[in-house]
Design a binder for this molecule. Structure first.
Ligand code: ANZ
Length: 847
């Protein structure tokens, strides 16, 4: 008797698909509706690993699902193949990054084909190909023309190990480099930036469109990253200086309580104010600045470290009180936020209060937060009228004494025309007063910084600018693109703070495009996040050498219907892709402003509760898993492990169990003895009901990403079919064939090899991936029902009509999904659910 042999099945079908190419999506005559399903493309740093295996298994369920629903699905793949890992590997081994990269791509591609992800290989791209990066350069030039790409001198994040600058996004919260792990320091350099801050409001506001379609965690990470603050700019005169200093504040209502000013020590303003002060101040300032330069931004913003700073010996004038205020430099004020200077209101801002208390600066309360005094005040005696005498207690809320700033809301006091107003009204009023006086205005501020794209490294896209000897900038004419990356041979790629390209004499020295005089190419390369910001558009026509992408194809396919990838890209990549989409919209190339309509973040594959790594010795090799259990068992395990958003612990799952189930399903198809032209209606009604219930339920479950539930239901279906073969109507019954065919179609989503082999045994030509999902026969869905009651905190909130044989967890899912129940639960959170299937679900909430 023939047994299930996954290796033989893989060997059999891979070449058949290679020949058939069932996943091509580029036929212009294809009239099916379209779906664009995109997996984040891999970085070719070695062979595929378990994380890839999870992501591509899940993305493929979605792509295969929509094909079976009658869509022309575009599911492309390519390689994000520029970047530091290749360069570092090349340096370590003394080889060319190009060779290393393309060897890895070959290996990953072979693995992906074995893994049977349903990619349209006609659309394959590599960002390190000149045919691709030419268009990075084109994009850069379009942005340059619009003033969206510019160069400036500024303090940048410097990775002392990789010897290159980093975008803010690449510096981890602990101040280390996301890439090398080194502590990031500040360095002043002239660098290229993309003006993403011009798009801050749109990047923020458009997130509302994605509500419910992107994970809420990602939406809030994006919102925090952009970090919009609403407030005012206020101008202060400085004695001995012509120009006023502007500060940004979210609390202009507290202006009467501003008692000193603080500037960022690493700002030009601080240097200038110090230079205009005494020699002693200048000396102390220089020492302090050197000290500050050593700390990270994270450290500087931390509230629980001792405040440091120096008095610059200069005087600012409070524009409303006319009071003279000292000007200090302190590192809790950041140079690149707002205007790099603050009006300090110690009574109402904790950092200002800590500073004022440390350096004995004045503190004035201007908001009566009117908090009730708690605690009992002891009576110390009675007066002549017999009334209690209270001790001369200090104000229990006095910030100078308690060290706690009064940040809450209240009525304004000690504030002249603002007295008695609420915070909101006071803000309105003071902004009016300042505007009338030309001393301020309403203003917004963002945490978001412009995107620094210059990298002093080799393996990236050359920046298409030529620098004249006189310091002028000249864009490379578009018809001279691409600016090819010179050969690595003969170049020293070792990090040294300047780009290796600067040493490629023949490449870097070019005539000035204007007058032919000697000039030099820009020797920096672009951040590789530029490459990945628009690759999803290049997939539309990856071989077009006339344009970056075809707007008509974009009209047909884009935006991406479903994007699948890791939450590690929640900020950087997604923000940049959203930004570039809006830029291309503004340039007239796109008709939409958001690139990814829906986003699924898969969890991570772990081992024994922690991330897998070579050093921990808990690395599970994908190639070993595929060899031991087969592709289908690994893929099925990924889908069955739990909700896709959750992490998978490989120690807790069972690819062996998956393989057993696949063998069981496969034997069902093998045992079928009827031919494809059976009359379905003659089949066993009980089995047919199970099959059609599955047909009816699976699509909704897949669209809600409940892949694991579908697999569980499929297991039930296979069990029911087995029973029908062995102890029911037997292998010739039409219902047995029907169930086996539906099983093959559904397994196509999770276990394509097994599904294809089943399909062939059932008498059909390849490919099951193109078979259309069958409609459930509604007459078979009617079954005896009972009513289950759902209670929330003891009150009946819903009644559900359900099958009397419903499983407890399924009933619980239904109860939790009920709108009435969700309303009753509100945002209190569920603490306990008791299910007595099929009659009662009792939910308890917090509070
Ligand atoms: C006076 C004030 C009074 C403030 C008060 C707050 C509370 P967000 O919300 O993060 O935008 N600030 C302004 N520029 C700064 C800089 N470069 N570095 C550090 N702090 C800076 O914070 C805005 C507030 O942070 C501003 O409002 C300013 O302090 C401070 F009761 O002004 B505020």
């Amino acid at each position: 008797d023939e047994v299930y042999d996954f290796a033989a099945i893989q060997r059999k079908w891979q070449p058949v698909w290679e020949e058939l190419r069932p996943f091509r999506s580029g036929d212009p005559a294809d009239k099916r509706p379209r779906k664009y399903i995109l997996d984040m493309f891999p970085y070719p740093s070695g062979d595929l690993h378990m994380g890839h295996a999870e992501a591509y298994a899940l993305g493929d369920v979605i792509a295969r699902y929509w094909r079976q629903q009658g869509f022309n699905v575009m599911h492309p793949i390519g390689w994000d193949s520029f970047g530091l890992p290749a360069e570092n590997a090349a340096i370590k081994r003394g080889i060319d990054p190009r060779g290393w990269t393309y060897d890895n791509i070959d290996q990953q591609k072979r693995s992906m084909k074995l893994y049977a992800a349903s990619f349209d290989w006609d659309r394959e791209l590599h960002t390190s190909d000149p045919e691709y990066y030419k268009w990075n350069q084109w994009l850069f030039l379009q942005m340059y023309k619009k003033g969206l790409a510019y160069r400036k001198d500024s303090w940048v994040n410097w990775d002392p190990v990789d010897q290159t600058v980093l975008a803010n996004e690449q510096v981890l919260p602990d101040g280390t480099s996301e890439r090398s792990g080194a502590v990031v320091v500040k360095k002043k350099l002239t660098q290229w930036y993309l003006r993403i801050t011009d798009y801050a409001d749109r990047l923020l506001d458009d997130l509302n469109q994605l509500e419910g379609r992107w994970p809420s965690k990602v939406l809030s990470m994006q919102r925090n990253w952009i970090g919009r603050s609403i407030g005012a700019d206020v101008e202060f005169e400085i004695e001995g200086r012509d120009e006023r200093v502007t500060v940004f504040t979210t609390r202009p209502d507290t202006l009467w309580g501003a008692t000193f000013m603080v500037v960022a020590p690493d700002s030009d303003l601080a240097a200038e104010l110090a230079a205009g002060s005494t020699d002693a101040v200048q000396e102390r300032f220089a020492d302090y600045l050197a000290e500050v330069q050593k700390s990270t931004e994270m450290e500087r913003q931390s509230t629980d470290r001792p405040k440091t700073g120096i008095d610059l010996g200069r005087v600012a004038i409070n524009p409303v009180t006319g009071e003279r205020m000292p000007v200090w430099a302190a590192d809790y004020v950041l140079a690149d936020y707002g205007h790099g200077a603050v009006m300090a209101v110690p009574a109402h801002d904790q950092r200002d209060l800590d500073f004022a208390r440390a350096f004995d600066l004045p503190i004035r309360v201007v908001v009566d937060v009117n908090a009730p005094v708690t605690g009992v005040i002891p009576v110390i005696g009675l007066d002549e009228n017999g009334d209690p005498i209270l001790p001369d207690e200090p104000d229990p809320l006095d910030p100078a004494r308690t060290g706690v700033a009064l940040a809450g809301e209240g009525r304004l006091m000690n504030s002249g025309p603002l007295d008695g107003l609420s915070k909101a009204n006071a803000i309105k009023k003071v902004v009016e007063l300042l505007e009338a006086d030309g001393r301020g205005r309403a203003a917004r501020n963002y945490r978001l910084r412009d995107w620094l794209i210059s990298r002093q490294r080799y393996w990236g896209t050359p920046i298409p600018i030529i620098h004249g000897a006189d310091g002028t900038e000249h864009p490379v004419p578009e018809d001279q693109l691409p600016v090819l990356l010179p050969d690595a041979a003969g170049l020293d790629l070792k990090p040294k703070g300047t780009s290796p390209l600067g040493a490629a004499d023949a490449w870097v020295n070019v005539p000035n495009p204007v007058d032919g005089s000697p000039a030099r190419r820009d020797a920096d390369t672009m951040d590789t996040f530029v490459d990945s910001s628009w690759y999803w558009l290049r997939f539309l026509n990856p071989n077009d050498d006339e344009k970056a992408f075809d707007p008509r194809e974009a009209e047909k396919w884009a935006p991406v219907d479903q994007y699948v990838g890791g939450v590690t890209h929640a900020i950087l990549h997604l923000l940049y892709a959203r930004f570039i989409t809006k830029v291309l919209f503004d340039l007239g190339y796109l008709s939409f402003t958001e690139p990814f309509t829906a986003l699924l973040n898969q969890g991570m594959v772990q081992m024994d509760g922690s991330a897998m790594s070579k050093s921990k010795g808990n690395l599970v090799r994908l190639s070993d898993q595929l060899e031991q259990h087969g592709v289908d068992a690994v893929r099925l395990t990924m889908a069955f492990a739990g909700p896709p958003e959750d992490d998978i612990d490989w120690a807790d799952v069972s690819p062996v169990g998956s393989a057993k189930f696949l063998a069981r399903a496969w034997r069902v198809a093998k045992d079928v003895t009827s031919s494809p032209d059976v009359q379905w209606k003659t089949g066993d009604p009980a089995l047919r009901r199970v099959t059609h219930r599955f047909l009816a339920d699976a699509p909704g479950l897949i669209e809600a990403f409940k892949f694991n539930v579908v697999v569980a239901r499929l297991m039930e279906l296979v069990n029911a079919t087995r029973k029908a073969i062995d102890s029911g109507p037997g292998p010739a019954d039409a219902a047995v064939r029907e169930a086996a065919e539906v099983t093959a179609m559904a397994l196509n989503l999770f276990a394509p090899y097994t599904a294809e082999d089943m399909w062939a045994r059932l008498g059909y030509p390849p490919s099951v991936a193109l078979a259309q999902w069958r409609k459930a026969d509604s007459t078979l869905l009617i079954e005896e029902t009972v009513v289950a009651v759902v209670q929330v905190d003891g009150k009946v909130r819903d009644r559900l009509e359900i099958s009397p044989t419903i499983a407890a967890d399924q009933l619980e899912d239904l109860a939790r999904a009920s709108a009435a129940v969700q309303r009753a639960v509100g945002d209190r959170g569920i603490v306990n659910v008791v299910v007595r299937a099929p009659r009662i679900v009792s939910i308890s909430t917090r509070g």
